[in-house]
Design a protein around this ligand. Sequence first.
Ligand code: HEM
Length: 540
Amino acid sequence: MSKTFSKDAVASHNKGDSLWIVIDEDVYDVTKFQDEHPVLQRVAGKDASKQFWKYHNEGILKKYKAQLQIGSLDTKKVVEPTPASAPEPKKAAPVAQAAPADYKPAATSEPQDPYGDLIPFADPSWYQGYSSPYFNDSHAALREEIREWVDTEIEPYVTEWDEAKNVPDKIYKQMGERGYLAGLLGVKYPEKHTPYRVKSVAPERWDLFHEMLLTDELSRAGSGGLVWNLIGGYGIGCPPLVKFGKKELVDRILPGILAGDKRICLAITEPDAGSDVANLGCEAKLSEDGKHYIVNGEKKWITNGVWADYFTTAVRTGKPGMEGLSVLLIEREAGGVSTRRMDCQGVWSSGTTYVTFEDVKVPVENLIGKENQGFKVIMTNFNHERIGIVIQCVRFARVCYEESMKYAHKRRTFGKKLIDHPVIRMKLAHMARQIEATYNWLENIIFQCQCMDETEAMLKLGGAIAGLKAQSTQTFEFCAREASQIFGGLSYSRGGQGGKIERLYRDVRAYAIPGGSEEIMLDLSMRQSLRVHQMFGMKL
Ligand code: HEM
C-alpha cells in the first residue's frame, strides 16, 4: 500500500459521504461499510485502533484489509520484522529440493528457526525453537507453504463457508493442483498417477510427518467442516482403492481424483451399523453371468457423499459377521445411487449424507481386496482414519487454547486482565498439559507407522491408536469447554471473536463418535494391546 496521508487529511473525512478511520497507522475508507456497521460513524476521521482491537480479532483485518485499506499514515515507520515476530512478511513459497543421493528420512536434532506467534503451547514445540527428532528443513518449508495458503485464502472465509454449508470447489481443486491430495494417502507419494507435485517437498522426501503437518496446518482454520470437506471423504475413501484396488481400476480413476476433478468418499456406516461394522447389511449379489454385483442398501452419515463420484463401500457378499464382508468401488454414474444431505450438529460444510443404493450394477473389477475379506481392508483403513482424527483434534484443542490465551490478554474483568486471574491461568494450564501429552503420543505413533508396513501397523499399533483417538477427542472436548467458559457469551453466539470456539464446540461430537466411539476405542485399546503383547510373550 504505497499511498500515505497526514492525520489532518484523515480527520477531514469525518462525514457520512466520506468516512475514513485509522487502525494501527493504516488508513481505511469505510464509507460504503457504514450502513452495515453504523458504529463507525462514532470514530469517523479518528484513530480507532483501541476500539477495533477491543471488539475484533485479526481475522477481520485479514478479510477486509484488501477491500477497505487505502493507505497508511505518513508517520508510519516501516518496521523490519524479527524472525520471531508475527505475522511474518510473505515470502516466496519455498521450492522443492530434490533429495541428495545420500538422503535419509531420519530427522535432525538441530532446532528449526522459531516460527509463528511463539505463544507457548499454541504450536508444536518444534515450531518454537526446540529440537525434534522427526521434523527437518523439508517439513519447515511445507509448513510455510501451507500456512500462507490457509492464512490468505481459507481462514478469513471459513465462517461464511460454514454458514453456507459448503466450501467453494476451487479450494478442493487447489488441493489437487498443489499436490496435497496425493500426499494424504498414507503411502509413498504416488508420482505415477499425478503430474502435480508439492512445491516445497520433493516426492522422494515425502513422509508421514509431511502428511501429518498438512492436516495439522489445515486444521488451524478452526473448522471441522472445512477439513472434512477437503479431506474427510478423500482421506478415508481413497487409501483402500490405492492399497487394495486392481491396477486397471486404479489407473483409470485415480488420476482424476488426485487432480481434484473427481471426489471419492467412504461408505461404511448404516442406519443400523456404526461402530459395530461386522453387522452391516448393505447387500451385493453376484449376477448370474458373474460379471457384476447388484448392490442394494443404505448408508448413513457419509462425509462428502452429496458431492462424491465414487463410493468406497462396505457390502455383504457372504455369511453374517465379519467373514461375509467385501469392499466395492461404486461409481455414481452407474445409476441407482441417490444422495441427500443430512442436517447435523456440527461440521456443517462437510456434506454429511444419506445414501441409497438401488439395484446398482457394479463390475466385479471394482472389488477392492478379495471377496469376503473386506474386513481386513476396513480395519487397515481405520488406523489411517483415526490418526487423521487425532491430528485434527489436537490442533482444534490448540486453537481453543490459542484463542483463549489471546483473549485473556485483552479482556479485563474486576480491574485486571483475565490472564492475571489465577483461575483463568489454571484453565489454560490444564488445556496445555493435555494438548502436549496427546501431541507427543501422536508423534510417537506416526514414527512407529513410518517404521512398519500396513499389516504390522494394523496389528501392533491398532490398540494404541484406538486409545490415542479417545485421548484426543476428550482433550478436544475439554479445551472447547474451557475456552467457551473463558470467552463467555462471545462463544455462545455465532461469529465474531468467539466464533471459532462456538463452531468447534459444535464440531466435538463429530470426532468423539465416528471412526469408533470413545467407549469402543478405550475398550479396544486394552483388548488389542493385550492380544498383541501376549504374542510378544507378555508375562502376567
Ligand atoms: C475496518 C474496520 C472494521 C471492520 C471491517 C469491522 C467489521 C466487523 C464485523 C464483520 C463484525 C461482526 C462480528 C465479527 O465477525 O467479528 C463487527 C462487529 C463489531 N464491531 Fe466492527 N469493524 C470495524 C471497525 C470497528 C470499530 C472502529 C468499532 C468501534 C468503534 C467496531 C465495533 C464493533 C462492535 C461493537 C462489534 C460487535 C462485537 C460483538 O458482537 O461482540 N468495529 N465488526
